[in-house]
Design a protein around this ligand. Sequence first.
Ligand SMILES: Nc1nc2c(c(=O)[nH]1)N[C@H]1C(S)=C(S)[C@@H](COP(=O)(O)O)O[C@H]1N2
Ligand SMILES: [Mo]
Length: 201
Amino acid sequence: MGFISRGFKGRREPAADSSRLPPGQYLVRDFPVLSAGPTPHTPLAEWSFTITGAVDADKTWSWEEFRKLPSETVTKDIHCVTKWTKLDTSWTGVAVSTLLEGIDTSADYVVAFSDGGYTTNLPLEDLVDGKAWVAYEFDGRPLEPEHGGPARLLVPHLYFWKSAKWVRGLSLRNEDEPGFWESNGYHLYGDPWREQRYWGD
Ligand SMILES: Nc1nc2c(c(=O)[nH]1)N[C@H]1C(S)=C(S)[C@@H](COP(=O)(O)O)O[C@H]1N2
Ligand SMILES: [Mo]
């Protein structure tokens, strides 16, 4: 006697779904805010998104133009290097493949850059084929500034520091160049399933 059956708790806790939890991570239900600096508040009239670097010609969209691009809504699990994982987050945005359409490049790498100076590096192949978006809605509402609004990169298969908030563009590179956290000890690639948190992992 004295046991409390888990069945009495009603709805099954997502904690039960450990197959979706990468090694060393724990589940959260809230949405923590992690920013290395103050939250920028760029007016939409001044906002633009640019593909630059190793390209024949830069490509730039205003906010209005960007919002007319075909969008997708996706549901993804996100994993922060500080060990929280949030399941089933819903985002709407433009697939990076859509932004790269018609761009001719020999580059294999990308540095995403943001208002406030944040950068993060990724292999180009991790941004295409339905693996990454520039998201402007979370849970069906405009993305809040604290979480990267008006728009942030979303690369859910890598640790969440790769999902640059307040993203303003992608610079294509022929070599892999560490971004902000990668220059400060975080792993160059950052696969949560291989627990690539820091240099040497
Ligand atoms: N521009 C910018 N993007 C950023 C960061 C940042 O400090 N600045 N922090 C990164 C880290 S470490 C994480 S875990 C997530 C946090 O996103 P959230 O605040 O929406 O949870 O944003 C990532 N993108
Ligand atoms: Mo993070």
